[in-house]
Design a protein around this ligand. Structure first.
Ligand SMILES: [Zn+2]
Length: 665
């Protein structure tokens, strides 16, 4: 992920409003110096000498901490704490974060739930002593319950989301009593668009009309299984059928199973080695999940997919834990190679790149620098389509990953056909049957437990040239791949421009000739209908058939019974006038398309690849012709460059997309 995109996402969180409801705890640390031990004159026992203390909000307070770290602009707290010193301390922390505490009720008869943790000794020799817990051992009084329920009903509609931290194990002793739980469920029913996400230690099965986030044991208890990890997909479906809302099931190193909008996906976790702690991405805590849920749709993602937006979750490991998960996210996203993810030292770990084209498919392991470390290629069977290819693709990936020396972190795919990027679904193949609505990424994620991302091959070709090839160093480029057809990719300010339906950048389907030849898209006179390899061959045949002049093209047609674009280029090079005329016409048509697209997007450069695009002579003279015909000619000069990656452009673009997805490019 690029820094500017990350900053944009974070900046946009500023207008989010989240209400945190539940048990606000204080973690209170006491530092004891063993060298200062004294003996009590009264009891004869050792009196520990505290030399310092510090504290941090816990439970629902941790949720607040994380929301603050994620840049959420408005955070409200709804809970009950005591009027004691711990309550004072807790409020001080929340006040520092600008939390709205109007409904954080302070009550003299309740204790502020506190874990007091005595640490004896300093540094590495420090040893945690018996913890002293301050809890309420009487049920929440009814009048407080009423106040909480009233505040819930009045406040909830003012927020985008509610996060409920139901942390107290004993029924009735914490904030979320049976009546409060009913009020929450009712709220969910009355406000179906309000996100209510509940994290509950023991009552997850009692909730309806709210989203829940159980772990495998909590979910297993509800469903009568030892652990939901045995049947995660069924489990999330069953729970979601009960709650009528999304379910996020965390299953240790399997990551997270999500059921949302009737669809189940596994969001794999992958281990991230930190300085002293190990985090697993995918098992996101509630604040991160809620944040992604709110932010995802702003970037055209659906909730379950938006989890990819997540930074690594915050570890629950005491006072030394970094205050914000964003620390390493910033580090890795700004291109530092020493982030926790690259725990083998050196540069970031590689990814797997896949290129699925019309005649062949290729798999590779690619380094962040764009070096192809391992590579496989095989021919496709067009007629047999998806059914034939999918098992071979998986076997190929298994083989590649079994080589084991590189530990790829993600899979990126460039696919020869339209892809709905937002839902990550293949819409169809341009070459083979059976690809309609195929969730290839979902399948690969489940099998290989690696994040997987897919886009159409022309976009990937463009991203490849932009990242590693001729487009490197430019902010905005137009990419053309001219071969059998004409594909395009538009990169603006470092990002692929995909449009509202993932179908932007079809530079080959700009109509340039009135009443021109029929195009594959169903329209007439498109760039593709005039400049593609097939179009060039067709024009050559037509010219020979109606032409009176002699031409070596005629000889070839008579000998081979057909003509290809390559024949036209070969004959042009050897001075054949008819071939030269055809090519000149094709280049004129291509120039028109370019002028239209450049006037439209005003890029810094154009990169042209593909078999025809890279054929000798195709780009000659085009740069002058095009630049002389732009709106306000002479004000700028747009270079028209040959692609430098050859047939690796899609593969390397897919790798670049995978690196972007996991935030290491
Ligand atoms: Zn067309």
């Amino acid at each position: 992920m690029q820094r500017n995109i990350l900053d944009r996402i974070l900046a946009q969180a500023n207008d989010l409003k989240v209400l945190v409801v539940g048990d606000f705890f204080l973690d209170f640390y006491v530092l004891i110096d063993p060298e200062k031990d004294e003996v009590s004159l009264e009891t004869g026992k050792t009196a520990f000498q505290a030399v310092d203390h510090y504290s941090s909000p816990g439970a629902a307070g941790t949720v607040v901490n994380n929301l603050t770290a994620l840049g959420v602009g408005t955070i409200g707290a709804l809970g009950v704490i005591g009027s004691d010193g711990f309550g004072f301390e807790l409020r001080r922390h929340l006040e520092e974060q600008g939390v709205n505490m109007e409904h954080l009720i302070q009550c003299p008869t309740r204790l502020t739930p506190t874990y007091m943790k005595p640490l004896r000794g300093t540094g590495e020799a420090s040893e945690e002593q018996n913890r002293i817990d301050f809890k309420n051992w009487t049920p929440l009084p009814r009048e407080l319950e009423d106040q909480v329920i009233e505040a819930l009903r009045a406040e909830a509609p003012k927020y985008h989301a509610l996060i409920v931290a139901d942390q107290v194990d004993q029924e009735g002793l914490g904030l979320v009593t049976e009546r409060v739980r009913s009020a929450l469920c009712q709220l969910g029913q009355d406000h179906p668009d309000l996100i209510i996400l509940v994290d509950s230690r023991r009552n997850i099965g009692e909730y309806r009309h709210v989203a829940i986030k159980p772990n495998e044991f909590e979910a297993g208890r509800v469903l009568g299984l030892k652990t939901a990890a045995e049947r995660p997909e069924e489990s999330v479906r069953a729970l979601s059928a009960r709650t009528q809302r999304p379910v996020f099931l965390t299953v240790g190193d399997q990551g997270q199973w999500v059921c949302a909008e009737g669809e189940v996906r596994q969001i794999p976790a992958f281990p991230v080695a930190g300085p002293s702690i190990s985090w697993a991405r995918g098992t996101a805590p509630a604040p991160e999940l809620c944040w992604a849920w709110l932010q995802g749709p702003r970037f055209g993602m659906r909730p379950c997919w938006a989890i990819w937006l997540l930074p690594s979750p915050l570890p629950n490991s005491g006072p030394q834990a970094p205050p914000a998960p964003l620390n390493w996210w910033h580090a890795t996203s700004s291109g530092l190679s020493s982030g926790p993810r690259s725990n083998q030292g050196g540069s970031a770990m590689p990814v797997v790149a896949v290129d699925i084209g019309g005649t062949q498919y290729r798999l590779a392991v690619v380094s962040r620098e764009g070096e192809i470390l391992l590579h496989q290629r095989a021919r496709t069977n067009r007629e047999a389509g998806a059914k034939w290819l999918l098992p071979r693709l998986r076997a190929g990936l298994r083989e590649l990953l079994a080589k084991g020396e590189h530990s790829p972190q993600a899979i990126g795919i460039g696919f020869g056909g339209p892809v709905d990027f937002a839902s990550q679904t293949i819409l169809a193949s341009l070459h083979a049957p059976g690809w309609e609505e195929v969730d290839l990424c979902g399948e690969l994620e489940r099998e290989f437990a690696l994040p997987c991302v897919i886009d159409n091959d022309a976009n990937m070709g463009g991203l490849g040239e932009y990242t590693y090839g001729a487009g490197r160093g430019f902010g905005s480029i137009l990419y053309y791949t001219v071969s059998t057809g004409v594909g395009g990719g538009v990169i603006i300010g470092g990002e692929l421009f995909r449009g509202s339906h993932s179908q932007a950048g079809e530079l080959g389907h700009i109509p340039i000739a009135l009443d021109g030849p029929a195009c594959t898209c169903g329209f007439r006179g498109c760039v593709e209908a005039l400049c593609s390899g097939l179009a060039i061959a067709r024009q050559a045949r037509e010219a020979v058939e109606k032409g009176k002049t002699s031409s070596s093209l005629r000889t070839i047609l008579e000998e081979k019974g057909g003509l290809t674009a390559k024949d036209v280029f070969d004959c042009t090079a050897s001075g054949d006038a008819l071939a030269q005329g055809i090519l000149a016409k094709v280049k004129n048509a291509f120039a028109r398309g370019l002028i239209g697209a450049i006037n439209c997007f005003d890029p810094q450069a154009v990169v042209v690849g593909g078999g025809v695009g890279l054929a000798p002579g195709f780009l000659d003279g085009l740069e002058e012709q095009v630049n002389g015909s732009l709106v306000i000619p002479g004000r700028r000069k747009i270079p028209i460059l040959r692609g430098s990656l050859g047939d690796n452009s899609v593969l390397l673009g897919a790798a670049a997309l995978a690196f972007r997805t996991i935030g290491t490019y």
